[in-house]
Design a protein around this ligand. Structure first.
Ligand SMILES: NC(=O)c1ccc[n+]([C@@H]2O[C@H](COP(=O)([O-])OP(=O)(O)OC[C@H]3O[C@@H](n4cnc5c(N)ncnc54)[C@H](O)[C@@H]3O)[C@@H](O)[C@H]2O)c1
Length: 263
């Protein structure tokens, strides 16, 4: 028997990247999957591939999200696994952001997860189930240039943990916090070797992650193997958040000097 046989799953941002990789894994392991995305063509292509249900909605639109979750529950015969993953990024100095861009980053990344939780919970309440929200390592270790994104992702972790407190024991709610993952969102960075080579040298895993590597962890949290895990924020970052920019860089050089003196 496959891990998700009989499961009915919904993935937001399911047309691309981490969402699509997770939907593929859920479907490969027996779940029926609904893919919600603002990219209608992408959601339709993914639904075709996975014999799933495509839902076109903007996660900023509370009523649209509620209607899409209801349609998914109708078509799948209920819902018991949800991955709230849709998100967008942007990089600029804090004071250079246009207020409209800050509002968009907070609305998609934070309110989008809130609208998803609010739409999902009534469907999961009776039979129970599991929800995972996609936060980011920037939510616990804020990064330069991503102030609104980091703040929104910190909010995602708090939202998910509040939901875990309020809706247990029937519903488990966890987060993943990916580090640097190669997807369409981050692709531009990978085209500039001068940006990514120092990253690879610094991160304990020695490289960026893949969407499938995040999907593996999301599927663990959505599965019964994680039945005693709730309110957790699981870093999927290859050790990135262990690497402190300042002291760690100094001590790294001290260790290298020590090694070279020994040689
Ligand atoms: N790629 C990384 O390095 C990384 C790191 C940490 C966290 N994350 C988070 O992972 C999640 C997925 O990112 P990804 O890297 O797979 O990016 P991606 O751009 O490949 O996929 C994001 C998907 O979300 C959809 N989407 C965006 N805004 C939407 C909206 N308003 N309504 C509905 N759908 C919307 C897009 O159409 C797209 O299909 C995001 O929440 C992102 O913040 C990514």
């Amino acid at each position: 028997m496959a891990r998700f046989d009989g499961a009915r799953a919904l993935v937001t941002g399911g047309a691309s990247g981490i969402g699509l990789a997770t939907a593929r894994q859920l479907a490969a392991e027996g779940a029926r999957v609904a893919l919600l995305d603002q990219d209608g063509a992408g959601a339709a292509a993914a639904a075709d591939e996975l014999r799933g249900v495509a839902l076109v909605a903007d996660v900023r639109d509370a009523a649209g999200v509620e209607a899409a979750f209801a349609a998914a529950a109708r078509q799948l015969g209920g819902l018991d696994r949800v991955f709230l993953n849709a998100g967008v990024g942007q990089v600029a100095p804090l004071a250079a952001y246009e207020p409209a861009d800050v509002e968009r980053l907070v609305a998609v990344n934070l309110l989008g997860v809130y609208h998803g939780l609010r739409a999902a919970l009534p469907h999961l309440r009776e039979a129970g189930g599991a929800i995972v929200a996609n936060a980011s390592c920037s939510g616990i270790q804020p990064t330069r240039g991503e102030a609104p994104y980091s703040a929104a992702k910190a909010g995602v972790i708090a939202l998910a943990q509040s939901a875990a407190l309020e809706y247990g024991p029937k519903i488990r709610v966890n987060c993943v916090s990916p580090g640097m993952i190669r997807t369409p969102m981050s692709e531009l960075l990978f085209r500039v070797p001068e940006l990514m080579e120092p990253f690879d040298a610094a991160v304990p895993a020695g490289r960026a992650g893949t969407a499938e590597e995040v999907a593996d962890v999301v599927c663990f949290l959505l599965s019964d193997a994680a039945r005693y895990v709730t309110g957790h924020n699981l870093m999927v970052d290859g050790g990135l958040t262990l690497v402190g920019g300042g002291i760690d860089a100094v001590l790294r050089r001290v260790l290298a000097m020590r090694e070279s003196r020994r040689a």
